[in-house]
Design a protein around this ligand. Structure first.
Ligand code: SF4
Length: 352
């Protein structure tokens, strides 16, 4: 029998859900049963719906990038996933394959990983042909050993779940597979509708968490870290495998104290045995992501100073700015030992 949640988690009310100002449906999306299911959800929430005459999403560009950003982030477009998405790509070190139930995210993180990696206005596109997307995954399953699939590379799937129901459908689908495993990560906390799903232990739900001052100043529109801890506790109690993604790790002033507090709070939330992993990701940026982020968040205090960073090149010649070797080593040593003390059974999947 589980003890009640610790006092520190009791006062965290659920975050208000993201409600787009407009929802656009393409004709192709309306032709799909899953698209009709999404339409019924949106209409029941009373959100204005626009049924488009063509399958292209247009009219989101403003006078400036910031204007385009603002309009796009208030818009949900329900579309069909293009053919290119049926050819899956690997996503090391997180999973064997990535697939997508949507592209674009309703949150406003000033370090957003999507900046520079998605083309066009950052509108949130949810896919109406989800059954076809799920059916396609079988082609990539390995019959000998388990195959993992990451579904949160281009979106926060829980952030739009109340509008689509697509994450629950993925969890149900993976619950029917023997060797396929689902992984998703979020900064939201509306998990109640997921608790009784037949997941069969095949889904790992991860929560992205960070030091309080980083989350408060750089993460907009998300649940608070304490709300996320409350949500992960609920999922663990419901028998899900769980995980923390601590990202992006930054050596801010007082980082020892702040990250110690974070790990103490995580420990208080998970004061029972559970299947837990950690992924540790330090902050990095590219010239492309810096350019986009500065247009989206012109007043951000995010540190994007190349002169204080080391340069890392990938095999295609692309450049990334990361922390220098000594800082990386100090951070890594801290996290590995602080996690081992509090969660001796948890595996650290990777440090980067
Ligand atoms: Fe970007 Fe992730 Fe934040 Fe969404 S939750 S805005 S994808 S960093």
């Amino acid at each position: 029998m589980l003890a009640n949640p610790p006092q520190s988690l009791l006062a965290t009310n659920q975050k208000r859900l993201w409600m787009p100002e407009q929802v656009l449906f393409t004709p192709a999306a309306l032709n799909e049963d899953w698209g009709q299911q999404i339409l019924a959800r949106i209409e029941s929430l009373g959100i204005p719906v626009q049924k488009l005459k063509q399958n292209r999403i247009t009219g989101l560009r403003g006078e400036t990038e910031r204007e385009t950003y603002t309009t796009s982030k208030r818009t949900l477009a329900v579309v069909t996933a293009p053919a290119s998405q049926f050819k899956l790509t690997p996503i090391p070190p997180s999973a064997d394959w990535q697939f997508h139930l949507a592209q674009g995210c309703p949150a406003h993180c000033q370090y957003c990983y999507l900046a520079g990696s998605l083309q066009g206005p950052p509108v949130i596109r949810a896919y109406a042909n989800l059954p076809e997307i799920l059916d396609n995954l079988k082609k990539y399953e390995n019959s000998e050993e388990s195959t993992s699939y990451e579904v949160s590379c281009y979106t926060d799937p829980l952030g739009i779940e109340h509008l689509t129901g697509s994450l629950a459908e993925c969890i149900r689908y993976f619950g029917t597979r023997d060797k396929a495993k689902l992984r998703w990560v979020t900064k939201f906390d509306n998990v109640d509708d997921l608790l009784s799903l037949p997941h069969d232990g095949n889904t790992r739900c991860r929560f992205s968490i960070n030091a309080d001052s980083i989350s408060r100043t750089l993460e907009g529109g998300t649940a608070s870290v304490m709300q996320r801890l409350q949500a992960i506790r609920k999922l663990a109690v419901a028998g899900y495998k769980i995980g923390f993604v601590i990202a992006p790790i930054m050596p801010i002033e007082n980082w020892h104290e702040e990250y110690t507090q974070l790990l103490d709070a995580a420990k208080a939330a998970l004061d029972f045995d559970c299947d837990l992993t950690f992924e540790l990701i330090t902050h990095r940026f590219t010239p492309g992501s810096k350019g986009v982020l500065q247009q989206w968040y012109p007043n951000s205090k995010l540190d994007l100073d190349e002169s204080t960073r080391s340069v890392k090149r990938n095999k295609f010649g692309g450049v990334k700015y990361v922390y220098d070797k000594d800082t990386m080593k100090e951070l890594r040593t801290f996290f590995e030992s602080a996690i081992a003390v509090r969660f001796p059974k948890a595996e650290i999947l990777y440090w980067t």
